[in-house]
Design a binder for this molecule. Sequence first.
Ligand SMILES: Nc1ncnc2c1ncn2[C@@H]1O[C@H](COP(=O)(O)OP(=O)(O)O)[C@@H](O)[C@H]1O
Ligand SMILES: O=P(O)(O)OC[C@H]1O[C@H](OP(=O)(O)OP(=O)(O)O)[C@H](O)[C@@H]1O
Length: 180
Amino acid sequence: MPGRFIAVVGPSGVGKDSVMAALAARDPRFVLLQRRITRPQEAGGEDHFAITGAEFEQVERAGGFALSWRAHGLAYGIPVAVDQQLAQGSDVLVNLSRAVLMQAQARFQRFVVLSLTAPAEVLARRLAGRGRESAEEIAARLSRKGDALPAGLPAIEIDNSGPLERTVETILARLQPERA
Ligand SMILES: Nc1ncnc2c1ncn2[C@@H]1O[C@H](COP(=O)(O)OP(=O)(O)O)[C@@H](O)[C@H]1O
Ligand SMILES: O=P(O)(O)OC[C@H]1O[C@H](OP(=O)(O)OP(=O)(O)O)[C@H](O)[C@@H]1O
């Protein structure tokens, strides 16, 4: 049985990368997908694979991405190698744009959406604390109206305004039944 493609979505600062890293650290059946992003490696935050805009377009044209999208002035790609990780039975955690969820649902056999939420003031505090973006970029992220989840798409909604450990426990409990 292939593993599950677990799309982790939610507004900037909600804790997608932190929650994914904590899940992977907690249970080796979860693996993290390393995204291709046109963001410098030294920017900090998630462990992405930095790629230039020209390289990105080349890979995209050649069909090297299972999914790709643009946001925050950057381009993001999920390499087709994700299929091998899934075929090995791993549950793969992927930080995804809400804009590509329908495409992802059509592309992957076993597909789960984890939708993280937190109040606006928590997002603002966390983005400032993360320190990866300038004050101007943070303001743009906070005012960006991300897409709502597509109507009818099943999603597991998880509040991440409390401690990370509590979020991880809640997610494990919600995902466990399907793993048996
Ligand atoms: N449950 C939590 N409690 C406290 N701080 C958190 C929690 N989740 C994430 N953070 C912090 O909030 C900031 C944004 O988290 P991050 O994982 O980068 O969010 P996202 O990937 O959704 O933008 C980081 O500095 C992170 O350490
Ligand atoms: O369409 P949306 O659902 O709003 O998502 C837009 C983008 O925001 C996040 O990027 P990134 O991880 O670079 O930013 P973040 O950590 O600030 O959320 C997410 O992974 C998408 O690439």
